[in-house]
Design a protein around this ligand. Structure first.
Ligand code: FAD
Ligand code: NAI
Length: 470
């Protein structure tokens, strides 16, 4: 057998790559991880999940202080925004967590190879001028922003920005136009709306949040509209021109028709993300990508090239940090000779707006399709947060929990929620589904009172037509 310097070389230190590297080292393998960024943690820790949540959390407090919520509870304040401190706490969160990964690498003896990695052959990768050899190479290069034709992003200018630029705006825009009513558009649009910007969201489809349950999409939009976000649905952006600090956005109905224009001092381009494979030298190993630019893998994350596996945003599936992490653990386990399991049918997704929007499993539309179009083959139940004592007491009346179950077996097929803590609540549904629970199992599980989670129990009780509080 050839002699390799490492058992495993992971390319990319995002939540997929760094977790794979650590788990492989825990399993006794000699591991290196190549990362071209100055800091570890990938998109998620540097410019994604973490900084966006830092801005969402802080702006949530500002909003509560300025929109009358706190006053309603007898707390009178006059909030004043300190942008430097607001960004400071974001940077602090990112610094702490990225350094934490560096510590974990040292603790687990994972060697960080700094620089851009490029395949020389299937077992040799050039990183920062050094040739590193490994028995197994894991591609975990993640994703980056999908560009929009005729729209040039310039984060340094703060006028036309992508998600990274939108996290770092030095001042609150007067008018922010968000292109794309997906997760990034709604999360970052919410941040700047709460801090005082007028926000207009332009979405190509006839509803926001594609991929989520139909009722949840419609209800979410109503809530965001009530909060002040304006929506232009079934509309596409055909171009953006910038003069000084003003952007002129050209719009057109999605199906074609008369053009209109709109001006804004900030435009956020958030129309999706694409896998990172450019400059990786895939040609050198004869590895092709599919028509979406993704690397296809089998159940053990093996690509079509022997000794090369791939995980995370660069492979098919939802582009989510926890999906990448779980694949990171699983790929390391396969490489070490164990069995690594990721149940791709039970991956929760959460939009961290106010209220949060979360779901796991099938949407109602997908469940009906799975049952061959037979609507009677499924049962659904919705429980409004308004009827949940804790949400009501906390002045959080918006939202609902929806449970979708198979009519015959009562097995839960999907759970969706809009609630202040929906992201935390959805973990229960994921665990229940992982164990093959029926709606009755959830309904007969004792839930602490008063908690938002009781709405999950009540929605499950509703599947049998017997909720108590509505
Ligand atoms: P990445 O995190 O993208 O990491 C890949 C790493 O590989 C990068 O650091 C890159 O520099 C490096 N790399 C790429 N090519 C090379 C090369 N050739 N050589 C060396 N290094 C290379 N997901 C959630 O689950 N929850 C959230 O709340 C959430 N919020 C988000 C907010 C924003 C604004 C964005 C943009 C994304 C968010 N995501 C969220 C998505 C999440 O960040 C990704 O799904 C996740 O980071 C994917 O992990 P990954 O390890 O596959 O890739
Ligand atoms: P997205 O795929 O969620 O949404 C993009 C939206 O843009 C879609 O609704 C799409 O119909 C629309 N669109 C596409 N082209 C358009 C056009 N020309 N004009 C108008 N609208 C157009 O992508 P987004 O928001 O950029 O996020 C990228 C990825 O990052 C997501 O896949 C998500 O998984 C991940 N992410 C996850 C978060 C979370 O888990 N909370 C937070 C932020 C990002």
């Amino acid at each position: 057998m050839a002699d390799y310097e490492y058992d495993v070389l992971v390319i990319g230190a995002g939540p997929g790559g760094y977790v794979a590297a650590i788990r492989a080292a825990q399993l006794g393998l000699k591991v290196a991880c190549a990362e071209s960024r100055e800091t570890l943690g990938g998109t998620c820790l540097n410019v994604g999940c973490i900084p966006s949540k830092a801005m969402l959390h802080a702006s949530e407090y500002f909003d509560a202080a300025s929109n009358g919520t706190m006053e309603h509870m007898g707390i009178e304040v006059s909030p004043k925004l300190n942008m430097e401190k607001l960004h400071g706490q974001r940077i602090e969160a990112v610094d702490g967590l990225t350094k934490g990964i560096e510590f974990l690498f040292k603790k687990n003896k994972v060697d960080w190879k700094k620089g851009h990695a490029k395949f020389v052959d299937a077992h040799t990768v050039e990183v920062g001028g050094e040739k590193v050899t490994a028995k197994e190479v894991v591609i975990a290069t993640g994703s980056s922003v999908t560009p929009l034709p005729n729209v040039e992003v310039d984060n340094a200018n703060h006028v036309v920005v992508d998600s990274t630029g939108a996290l770092e705006l030095p001042k609150v825009p007067d008018h922010m136009v968000v292109i794309g009513g997906g997760v990034i558009g709604l999360e970052l649009g919410s941040v700047w709306r709460r801090l005082g910007a007028k926000v207009t969201c332009v979405e190509f489809l006839d509803e926001i949040l594609p991929g989520m349950d139909g009722d949840i999409r419609k209800e979410s939009r109503k809530i965001f509209k009530k909060q002040g976000i304006e929506f232009k649905l079934s509309t596409k952006v055909t171009g953006v021109s910038v003069k000084g600090n003003t952007a002129t956005i050209t719009l057109e109905p999605a199906k074609g028709g008369d053009e209109e224009t709109m001006t804004a001092d900030c435009v956020l381009v958030s129309i999706g993300r694409k896998p990172n494979t450019d400059g990786l030298g895939l040609d050198a190993i004869g590895l092709a990508t599919n028509d979406r630019g993704q690397i296809e893998v089998d159940g053990e994350f093996r690509t079509s090239v022997d000794g090369v596996r791939a995980i995370g945003d660069v492979v098919p599936g939802p582009m989510l940090a926890h999906k990448a992490e779980d694949e990171g653990i699983a790929v390391a386990e396969w490489i070490a000779g164990d069995t690594g399991i990721v149940n791709h049918d039970v991956i929760p997704s959460v939009v961290y707006t106010w209220p949060e929007i979360a779901g796991v499993g099938l949407t109602e539309e997908q469940a009906i399709e799975k049952m061959g179009g037979d609507k009677k083959a499924i049962k659904t139940s919705k429980f409004p947060m308004m009827a949940n004592s804790r949400a009501k007491t906390n002045h959080e009346p918006d939202g609902l929990v929806k449970v979708i179950a198979e009519a015959e077996s009562d097995r839960v097929l999907g759970v969706w929620a809009i609630a202040s803590v929906a992201g935390t609540m959805i973990a229960e549904a994921a665990l229940a589904m992982e164990f093959g629970a029926t709606s009755e199992d959830i309904a007969y599980t004792c839930h602490a009172h008063p908690t938002h989670a009781e709405a999950m129990k009540e929605a499950a009780m509703g599947v049998q037509g017997k909720p108590i509080h509505i």
